[in-house]
Design a protein around this ligand. Structure first.
Ligand code: ADP
Length: 438
């Protein structure tokens, strides 16, 4: 029993294309130190142990004592970015059977072979979360509820898959179930994310650091930028990564839908967020709630601004709530909101540049079966001015056009499209270009 077969490494985010594959990318020198080769299975322990497959990291993260894990493996291992995990070699066996419980959408029987093919080669243990991207970018998470044999198993083409629970129906629509998002789902905003993480994730996760150093953790952060660039996505991601509760409030809704009860509604959300902390309150389109007071502002808006200011000020004793506000009109909001102790940090979320567009396109085409001729680089070149939401729309539209192109050949009288046929579907460059020119 040699102790040397353990290695402590710091967690970095994974490459976007690796998401869902349980890869642990590390410096080849660290692989040698641990005594593992490419494709070996290691146990990775943060708060809990997860299992991953070893691959070499690219040059830019070598020599730093780091291991790259995606959001799902980080979740399975109970480790956040920049935290330490312990890696060790672990015994494993081929999986005879595994049982999966859906967390969002329940697949039908006919999806099973397809799901199995997507999970082929994945190392899992009971309790792990795994992600499957069905045709298009509709991804679904499952929990591994049982494996045979027990312990670490590798899914292979002969593994018998079972879905637990009722089949063929959607998970309850009212449960608000959704897949958690992680940093790998956000494209082109690395420097902004780094700052936002320091401002929000760090104080939520480690309030004791801020207390000890005598610095005030921010209560409010203002994100400025055009619609569709990822402000909401970032807020949700930070909440998921920090394991915080997420409360979304729409500015116009507070004013209009809750007319007459706007302040009470805000108070209720702040109370609930404080009670359930750590929490993130996301105030979208804050300009609708808190426009400049000197203008021709009605009584309602004045009272709502005053209430919001009072609630922000009241947060001082509790460090477990952070309010993120988003606006496209930063000059329209009441300057009182931007004073120290309120929304005193600001961050610009810009329209993506070419490299940003490329990353976003890769994220949204991640689960798509792409033909050889698809060049995401070219698409990034010709989509100047597109924001993240537009690029997501482009990928969806290309998939729809592909479907329309193939429709005449598919024999839908059979009821369901056979798996062999599904496996041959491919989205071509022509589908993307046609979607672009629609
Ligand atoms: P905003 O809040 O800035 O209006 P959203 O976060 O609601 O924008 O963006 C809408 C959708 O567009 C997101 O759910 C996501 O699918 C996609 N999207 C936007 N920006 C990005 C990005 N930077 N990376 C990946 N996807 C993005």
């Amino acid at each position: 029993m040699s102790e040397s077969n353990e290695l402590r490494l710091k967690v970095s985010e994974a490459l976007s294309k690796d998401v869902g594959r349980a890869f642990a990318r590390m410096d080849p020198a660290d692989m040698a130190r641990l005594g593992v080769a490419i494709g070996d299975i290691v146990e990775i322990e943060g708060k809990r142990p997860a299992v991953c497959k070893v691959l070499p990291a690219f040059k830019d993260i070598r020599g730093q004592g780091r291991v790259q894990l995606d959001g799902i493996s980080r979740d399975n291992a109970g480790a956040a970015l920049d935290e330490f995990v312990v890696l060790r070699v672990t015994a494993h066996a081929p999986a005879d059977r595994i049982t999966l419980a859906p967390t969002t959408v329940t697949p039908t029987d006919r999806d099973l072979p397809y799901i199995g093919s997507l999970l082929d080669g994945l190392p899992v243990r009971e309790g792990d979360r795994v992600r499957v991207t069905l045709f298009g970018s509709r991804s679904t998470d499952f929990r591994v509820v049982a494996t045979a044999p027990r312990g670490t198993v590798i899914i292979n083409p002969t593994t018998q898959l079972t879905i637990s629970g009722p089949k063929g129906q959607k998970a309850s629509a009212t449960s608000g179930a959704r897949n958690p998002v992680s940093y790998e789902d956000i494209g082109g905003l690395k420097p902004q994310l780094q700052r936002i993480r320091e401002m929000i994730e760090l104080p939520l996760r480690h309030p004791e650091l801020f207390e000890r150093l005598g610095i005030d953790a921010p209560k409010g952060v203002l994100m400025r930028g055009p619609p569709g660039c990822g402000k909401t996505l970032i807020a949700r991601t930070i909440a998921d990564e920090a394991e915080a509760n997420f409360f979304a409030v729409s500015g116009p809704e507070v004013i209009h839908k809750f007319y007459g009860e706007s302040e009470a509604h805000l108070r209720k959300i702040f109370e609930e967020a404080s009670a359930k902390g750590p929490s993130i309150i996301f105030l979208d389109e804050i300009d609708a709630i808190a426009p400049r007071r000197e203008g021709t502002l009605g009584e309602v808006e004045k009272r709502v601004v005053a209430q919001l200011l009072a609630l922000m000020d009241g947060l001082s004793q509790r460090r477990n709530v952070i309010v993120i506000a988003a606006t496209n009109l930063p000059n329209m909001i009441d300057p009182a909101l931007r004073r120290p102790g309120r929304f005193d940090r600001e961050i610009e979320i810009p329209i993506p540049d070419r490299d940003g567009r490329l990353e976003i396109l890769e994220i949204h085409s991640r689960g798509m079966p792409l033909a050889e001729d698809v060049s995401m680089r070219h698409l990034a070149d010709v989509t100047h001015g597109f924001v993240g939401a537009d690029l997501q729309g482009l990928c969806r539209e290309a998939a729809m056009l592909c479907l329309r192109r193939l429709m005449p050949e598919l024999d839908l009288t059979l009821g369901t499209v056979p798996y062999e046929r599904l496996a041959t579907l491919e989205i071509r460059m022509g589908d993307f270009l046609a979607a672009l020119h629609d």
